[in-house]
Design a binder for this molecule. Structure first.
Ligand SMILES: Nc1ncnc2c1ncn2[C@@H]1O[C@H](COP(=O)(O)OP(=O)(O)OP(=O)(O)O)[C@@H](O)[C@H]1O
Length: 230
């Protein structure tokens, strides 16, 4: 479902004499439907960079990233938008929303974008918000004033509202209490059971051990030149 081949990435610092920093070389990764793979490696090894490349926010220098058959490194913006609507979900660490949109709507939006009737989309959103213990009195409010943990749960609800065939999870249990952490791990297990291919960053080792089938240390993809500098 997710296939990465010979991927490389470097950053050019335009405001610092245009210096180029290679951060990844020869990256390979393949994630099958129903599998959850954890990206590991020390801080700065490139975990977030790899996730952002799969999401289509960072351009690759070379290689291929195929999600559901589409090579993201060569895709047109409209293809990326369609991929994000239908196939690829992303639970980032922080919720980014348009101010004044009610929480229920924020969570229902991915389903509305797919053309589901409003009542159906809102019912599914309500189900997830309840499961994630967001009190119903908050659903009509914008999540912009919510606590860090509440915002993260809204973000998770939004990321799991549609049964995406592929999912990227960036620290999905980071600021959660034990009860909500267990709910999120349950959602990940359900997503795997329905066949989602998942890539995640989990600093929570117990969570990683519970839901991930294997680990990939991105340090393996650090270019030899950058390794020498470390
Ligand atoms: N936008 C950027 N511009 C320049 N360099 C960047 C950029 N984003 C990341 N880097 C560099 O790429 C390398 C990998 O960073 P990345 O954030 O992917 O690491 P990480 O493994 O996710 O770290 P952490 O666990 O601390 O979040 C770092 O050396 C970082 O400085």
């Amino acid at each position: 479902m997710i296939e990465i081949e010979n991927l490389s990435k470097s950053f050019t610092l335009h405001n610092q004499s245009g210096i180029t920093i290679p951060v990844m070389e020869g990256a390979h990764l393949s994630v099958l439907p129903g599998e959850c793979v954890a990206l590991t490696g020390a801080s700065g090894a490139g975990k977030s960079t790899l996730m952002r490349m799969i999401w289509g926010n960072y351009l690759a220098a070379g290689g291929a990233i195929r999600v559901g058959g589409l090579d993201i490194t060569k895709a047109a913006p409209r293809e990326i938008i369609a991929l994000r609507r239908d196939t690829l979900g992303y639970v980032s660490q922080f919720l980014r929303v348009v101010p004044r949109v009610p929480t229920l709507r924020v969570v229902a939006e991915p389903l509305l974008a797919l053309g589901l009737p409003e009542a159906e989309a809102c019912a599914r959103a309500a189900q997830l918000l309840s499961a994630l213990n967001i009190p119903e009195r908050l659903w009509a409010l914008s999540p912009t004033t919510f606590s860090g943990g509440e915002q993260q749960r809204v973000n998770i609800a939004r990321g799991f509202v549609h049964g995406y065939p592929a999912l990227l999870l960036d620290e999905p249990t980071a600021s959660l209490d034990a009860t909500n952490r267990a709910v999120v791990l349950g959602l990940i297990e359900q997503a795997k059971a329905r066949g989602a291919a998942i890539i995640g960053i989990f600093h929570d080792e117990a969570a990683r051990a519970q839901v991930c089938d294997r680990e990939v240390d991105v340090t393996e993809f650090t270019p030899a030149s950058a390794r020498g500098a470390a």
